[in-house]
Design a protein around this ligand. Sequence first.
Ligand SMILES: C[S@@+](CC[C@H](N)C(=O)[O-])C[C@H]1O[C@@H](n2cnc3c(N)ncnc32)[C@H](O)[C@@H]1O
Length: 390
Amino acid sequence: MTPAARAQAAIEILDVILDGAPAEAALIRWSRSSRFAGSGDRAAVRDLVFAALRRRRSLGALGGSATGRGLILGLLRAAGTPPDELFTGHGHAPAPLTVAEREGGRDPTPAEALDLPDWVAQRLAAELGPDLPVVAEALRHRAPVWLRINAARTDASQAAGMLSRDGIETQPATQCPTALRVTAGERGLQSSRAFRDGLVELQDLAPQIACAAVPLAPGATVLDYCAGGGGKALALAARGASVTAWDASPARMRDLPARARRTGATINRAPDRGPDGRYDVVLTDVPCSGSGTWRRTPDAKWRLSAEQLDSFPATQLQIMENAAQYLRPGGRLVYMTCSLFAAENQGVISRFLSAHQRFALESSLSQRPGAGEASPDGFFHAILRDLTGG
Ligand SMILES: C[S@@+](CC[C@H](N)C(=O)[O-])C[C@H]1O[C@@H](n2cnc3c(N)ncnc32)[C@H](O)[C@@H]1O
């Protein structure tokens, strides 16, 4: 596909997403119906679509309309690329610009330039204060690709050497010994030997830091009560914990057995009806707004409503309460979200602590995307200790 044909494909996919379809589903449908598109084309179209969605508001202003054409036009104007180079009407290229398109478009207002819904900007401004523009700016750009090295099998320099032999260049993180940031060759990752042999896993820096902070005595037992795809379960198993996975929607754990096999980890599955027994650590990686990962799921940034956000804390608190029954006396209850909003983070923890005085807060950390190419996703964790024993 020519660059112009890729732009036209992105325009059509964006229109489907702007009509309400989830971005991933719209991209998959386009890939399936576009056999002519090679893997490079699919990746390039995806990059265009995601770049446009991350900056949907400001690009709509620059491009003159919040349509697929307007956003791609805005993207070209933002990059300083003359739109007429792609909007030629030849072959599969977008139709030439109309007079209105040529004369339309303006600089975004300061509010539009944040690329957040106004209600989100207002809430985050109250919480982040002067950090809001830095966080909002980070969310306008692609997230870095981070790997977690499987510390049960390798170390960072050996894994980096093996990846490099397959054309994947990485840099270690200063904050976390298991984390490598991919700086080149990421498209070859899934077929690389290090990945296929389970020496590295895809996982953002922030959850790696959070999982590394969980105190684990040798042979500790862990119940991952919201296991989903198993990213946290695998990170804790790699540290030597004996991990049992459960999820209210067991189907969400379908990839976990294959992931565990690849990494050589043993993850026990609790019965679907509910876990049994008591554990040293119970982890609740609860459903949340996902606002900390909006760089990766940019359509979610525009879909979240204030009503949805306000409904999360009650669910999160309930999940913590359900999960706490599986903790042994003296054990640790660990709470995690990938949310930027205090109501889902510190707010839930304060409510839980005031209702359950047998628990004390041992530590907590809010991580946020920020300046620089190595910043983590937004992520919160809190480690609570049961004071009744041990
Ligand atoms: C943020 S995701 C977990 C991601 C996962 N830990 C990982 O690292 O890939 C939240 C999970 O909580 C599960 N969940 C939703 N409601 C729940 C509930 N009431 N009790 C337990 N899990 C629940 C969802 O099915 C979902 O898989």
